[in-house]
Design a protein around this ligand. Structure first.
Ligand SMILES: [Zn+2]
Ligand SMILES: [Zn+2]
Length: 230
């Protein structure tokens, strides 16, 4: 018999439906009363009930702070068109082009200047600079993009909810983290031309923590970057 949902499962699910993402600490508050430290099992139980509805609670790591987050994902619709009730077609085209720029960048970020330049090349209907700025603000407010010092990156909500779409769309361009094996946007890349492995910034911080002379885990060459958090 499949496991049934208790009150804490239901409360957790309700909270997931009203918050777009939840961090691990918040999630643990719901599990502490029933099954301490079994967050994965707890979520697995809920997911077994959600599966027939093509819904799933998925986990992902924030590339900014390295924390785990959870989001409720509609697996039947993980692409950008799911945002079409909130955004016009040309606004979604701007978002897609922003995503293109982020995915093809070295560091997983794109400057607002570069995004505003593509606003001029939209095929559906061009956006004025001020209109494009407003769209970007909304995308940040709705937690699809993060903005820091005039640069945009994909939010954790976007990465968790759209990962299947991102993998499909950008198959050949995607970088994978050598440590956690997930898709990586903001990462460091091994300098050695024959190696070139990628590691998320938070995974770099964890992996090299306390090492005096950091070396690439794949080719053993010196790791020449600043280690975040050291
Ligand atoms: Zn990683
Ligand atoms: Zn290497």
């Amino acid at each position: 018999m499949p496991p049934h949902l208790g009150d804490s499962h239901r409360r957790f699910l309700q909270s997931m439906m009203s918050n777009s993402v939840m961090d691990e600490q918040q999630a643990r508050l719901y599990t502490s009363q029933c099954v301490p430290d079994k967050l994965d099992d707890f979520i697995e139980t809920i997911n077994s009930k959600l599966q027939p509805m093509f819904m799933q609670i998925r986990k992902g790591m924030s590339e900014d702070n390295g924390q785990q987050y959870y989001a409720l994902v509609n697996m039947a619709e993980t692409d950008v068109t799911r945002m079409s009730s909130d955004y016009a077609d040309n606004e979604l085209e701007l978002f897609r082009k922003t995503m293109d720029l982020i995915v093809s960048s070295e560091n997983g970020k794109v400057s607002s200047t570069d995004v505003l330049n593509v606003a001029d090349t939209l095929t559906i209907k061009k956006l004025k600079k001020s209109e494009a700025e407003q769209v970007l603000n909304r995308l940040v407010q709705d937690k699809w993009l993060n903005e820091k010092r005039g640069e945009f990156s994909l939010s954790i909500k976007c990465i968790i909810e759209m990962e299947p779409y991102i993998r499909r769309m950008y198959e050949d361009q995607l970088k994978m983290c050598h440590i956690c094996h997930n898709v990586a946007f903001q990462c460091q890349i091994c300098d050695s031309p024959t190696c070139g492995i990628k590691i998320h910034n938070p995974c770099v911080a964890r992996y090299f923590k306390g090492r005096v002379e950091p070396r690439c885990p794949a080719c053993d060459e010196f790791w020449p970057y600043e280690i975040p958090g050291n």
